[in-house]
Design a protein around this ligand. Structure first.
Ligand code: KG4
Length: 338
């Protein structure tokens, strides 16, 4: 008999449901919310309302694509945090209600653990997955962390951002350039045509393995402000150079700390995860970094970098096998609980 897990993700602005059978992915459905674009960022109340509208069709479609009915499920895994509380409440309540109706257990998943474990989503039996231990560089809209992963249940955060996350730096600088939200993918695209050495932006001097991106953001803003005074068309004329230089600075900051972490822990593998790991420059830089050190690089498929329920289902699958279920009285949480 197979173990079949339904995963539900609703921590921010994507409603997603996925089915995993014995660790193999059967379906992964994601409904993105377009409603936030006009506001230049995620509006929490609108996000929870959209989750309410999306969740039933998304879950039904995930079951349909997997060729199963809800009666075939062994457990429901859901993101309990961190994230937007209103959004998390929708997924959490839906998962619990469905599990009560089916008389099966629920498994709660830490969203960040989900990103790390996305490397264990198998799309075929013979797909290779990382061996423990490894370092995971987790870079998303809300987090920039270096995590030492010893097992699916043993993760140690070695460093984290003390202010903005890498994704925030991408998005906020993109906003200054008049690009739509989220700006990260637009910067990625435009940067390909620019010269990464045209502008020098500030880099932080933070001891240890922690990150900081707010100084870079301010430095970017001042560069634009000073140049625009002399030339009102500055942004339009230098868009690709600005994007390329910004992307290079973010990558340099990320790789500098990663290098220290690899040296200190002596691990022989590095994985990346989170929305920013979809960035072409970040992917190439980590691959080069690992090649030079002759260590293994784990670069996820782009569809598993941003928020998705497949990662929640696989993280839930490991907890299910260990018998770690969630009691119904456990509420969602907004802040990191590693
Ligand atoms: O992991 P994620 O979907 O959401 C969080 O849980 O935070 O990450 C979203 C972030 C946004 O900041 C977005 O701009 C960034 O990932 N992102 C990218 C790219 N694709 C998504 N940043 C740079 N280049 C990309 N290609």
């Amino acid at each position: 008999m197979s173990t079949i897990i339904l995963g539900i993700e609703s921590s921010c602005d994507d409603t997603s449901a996925a089915v995993i059978s014995d660790g193999i992915l059967c379906s992964n459905v994601i409904a993105s919310q377009k409603v936030h674009e006009q506001f230049g960022g995620v509006v929490p109340e609108l996000a929870s309302r959209a989750h309410q509208q999306n969740i039933l069709p998304v879950v039904s479609e995930a079951l349909r694509q997997a060729g199963i009915t809800c009666k075939d499920l062994d457990a429901i895994a859901f993101t309990r945090g961190p994230g937007l509380l209103g959004s998390l409440l929708v997924g959490t309540s839906f998962a619990k209600g469905m599990a009560i109706g089916l008389d099966i257990p629920t498994v709660d998943v830490n969203h960040l653990h989900g990103h790390v474990l996305s490397h264990f989503i198998k799309e075929s039996e013979d797909q290779e997955v990382p061996e423990f231990p490894f370092i995971c560089l987790l870079v998303s809209g809300g987090n920039s962390q270096i995590i030492l992963v010893r097992s699916p249940f043993d993760m140690e955060m070695l460093g984290t951002t003390i202010d903005d996350a890498a994704g925030e730096a991408f998005d906020k600088c993109a906003k200054v350039m008049g690009l739509p939200y989220p700006g990260g993918p637009h910067i990625d695209r435009i940067a390909a045509e620019g010269d990464p050495n045209s502008f020098k932006f500030a880099k932080p001097h933070i001891p240890g393995l922690d990150y900081s991106f707010s100084g870079l953001k301010t430095s970017f803003l001042y560069t634009v402000r000073d140049n625009i005074k002399a030339n009102p068309d500055f942004i339009e004329e230098r868009k690709s150079d600005l994007a390329a230089s910004l992307q290079k600075t973010i990558i340099d900051i990320l790789i500098d700390k990663l290098a220290i972490a690899v040296k200190e822990t002596k691990v022989n593998a590095v994985a990346i995860g989170g929305g920013v790991s979809a960035n072409s420059g970040v992917r190439n830089a980590v691959e080069d970094f690992c090649k030079r050190r002759r260590i293994k690089a784990w670069i996820p498929k782009r569809s598993f970098t941003t928020d998705n329920a497949a990662m929640v289902a696989i993280a839930g699958y490991y907890k299910y096998l260990k018998g770690e279920f969630c009691s119904l009285d456990k509420p969602p949480y907004s802040k990191v609980e590693v």
